[in-house]
Design a protein around this ligand. Structure first.
Ligand code: PEP
Ligand code: MN
Length: 280
């Protein structure tokens, strides 16, 4: 049988470094990902109350975290867990942006929430559980906001890059990839942080790559070491869960840092960034 005339084409092209050798920069307001600066995003897993979000906004502005995270729509494993405040939560995040000058990243879980998130937030998060929700990825391609695309916890790097390709192919080139841990045989940690994904994806793709050490670790004590490793490995940023009172958190309390822990971590990350010739 004759050999095919052309080799099988790469399943992703727009996000591949083969066709775009230079790093892409993605702007979220006046914050730039993919430059020399390591960008930290932090905040609670879920938006729980106005007081909580204002406390978070005030902390982020004070310690130099430019982007506040907080889920208004929560994809919870159990249907009985707190599901989020929805649009009311988005309005609280927007108020924090107004008061403290931070930008907002928050998750969309379906088409309806995507419409709301695109209206109120500065960046749309697509969570691990939706990484291969192809209809949602197509819709995200059509919103005019940057997207934080988390890696599915059972997704290979190629599957993750193909998910990014969906978003790019449908019109949105402003994609930031987020490694957040994958499921392995290890059960001591919530997930296993695939730190090798950082250099591998940065070689395969021109897109910025950030790391979520919180969902990888599952325990707050392990978040700082993983965050430091991510910056040392060349991540363009981090997304970290922090809460004014982790013991009372309605979701992901065990992995949430306090404001004090986050402030200490920022100091360490500044030192590591400078040591590798980057800024924080
Ligand atoms: C989150 O960021 O709170 C979250 C649900 O993350 P993931 O989709 O990575 O589990
Ligand atoms: Mn969480």
């Amino acid at each position: 049988m004759a050999e095919p005339a052309v080799s099988v084409r790469k399943p992703y092209r727009l996000v591949s470094r083969d066709f775009h050798p230079d790093n892409s920069v993605v702007r979220v307001g006046n914050t730039v990902f993919g430059s020399n600066r390591v960008v930290v995003m932090a905040g609670p897993c879920a938006v729980e109350s106005r007081d909580q979000v204002m406390s978070a906004g005030e902390c982020m502005a004070r310690i130099g975290v430019p982007i506040l995270r907080g889920g208004a729509y929560k994809p919870r494993t159990s249907p009985y867990s707190f599901q989020g405040l929805g649009v009311e939560g988005l309005k609280m995040l927007a108020e924090a942006r107004q008061r403290f000058g931070v930008h907002i990243v928050t998750e969309a879980v379906d088409h309806d929430s995507l419409e709301q998130v695109a209206q109120w937030a500065d960046m749309v998060q697509i969570g691990a559980r939706n990484m291969q929700n192809f209809e949602l990825l197509k819709a995200v391609g059509q919103v005019g906001k940057p997207v934080l695309l988390k890696r599915g916890f059972a997704a290979t790097i190629d599957e993750w890059l193909m998910a990014a390709e969906y978003v790019a192919a449908h019109g949105n080139p402003n994609i930031i990839l987020c490694e957040r841990g994958i499921r392995t045989y290890e059960t001591k940690t919530r997930n296993t942080l695939d730190i090798s994904a950082v250099p591998v994806v940065k070689q395969l793709s021109h897109l910025p790559v950030v790391v979520d050490p919180s969902h990888a670790a599952g325990q707050w004590q392990w978040v700082a070491p993983l965050a430091r490793a991510a910056v040392a490995a060349g991540a363009d940023g981090l997304i970290i869960e922090a809460h004014p009172n982790p013991a009372e958190a309605l979701s992901d309390g065990p992995q949430s840092l306090t404001w004090t822990h986050l402030e200490d971590l920022m100091r360490d990350l500044g030192r590591i960034s400078r040591a590798i010739g980057r800024d924080l």
